[in-house]
Write a protein that binds this ligand. Sequence first.
Ligand code: FES
Ligand code: FES
Length: 218
Amino acid sequence: MHHDETFPVSRRGVIAGGVASATLAAAPVAQAQTQDQVQGTTQPAPPTMPVTLKVNGRTTKLNVDTRTTLLDALRENLKLTGTKKGCDHGQCGACTVIVEGRRINSCLTLAVMHEGEEITTIEGLGTPEKLHAMQAAFVKHDGYQCGYCTPGQICSAVATLGEIKAGIPSHVTGDIAAQPSVTTDELRERMSGNICRCGAYSNIIDAIHDVAGTERTA
Ligand code: FES
Ligand code: FES
């Protein structure tokens, strides 16, 4: 039996067909854009949704585009610009905030997913007059240079100590059934999602050890 008789499709035919269907798929979009331009019509408004956020002890009701990230809601809607946008896709940790006691990357989550939840940003940890112990330790140990990653580092560091205290193991915890301790390896691993392009890592670890009352182990 000849293959060509049962399935008579040549390579050239497949490529030509692919080009044709890609052209067909693109056609309605191009046509719609042309009609919009000609008729001067506007796109329908994006869907919005009400959401109540409890940020740093203050309850605020917002009406946001459902695609708004928590990071953008904090920075653009609530003007809490302490939380930084580094990469906007979960790679740098600059946007770390504490939600219901857990640290999260606020660029990777939608504001409408946090209805009624307690959110703490760097502005809620301390004030310039009364710094949080972790903020004071970062100052004392020079845990920053440009400071762009610092709000995320500090929120992450506070939550890290909370996670260790709560007995949550990390990838470097030897015995996951035992209470993890505040070792330098544990801190490095747990803080590894927070990137600092100034390279203040060593001083950041010193600051966290200081707050935990522990000594460097590496
Ligand atoms: S801005 Fe969210 S992880 Fe970089
Ligand atoms: S202090 Fe500059 S990026 Fe960390």
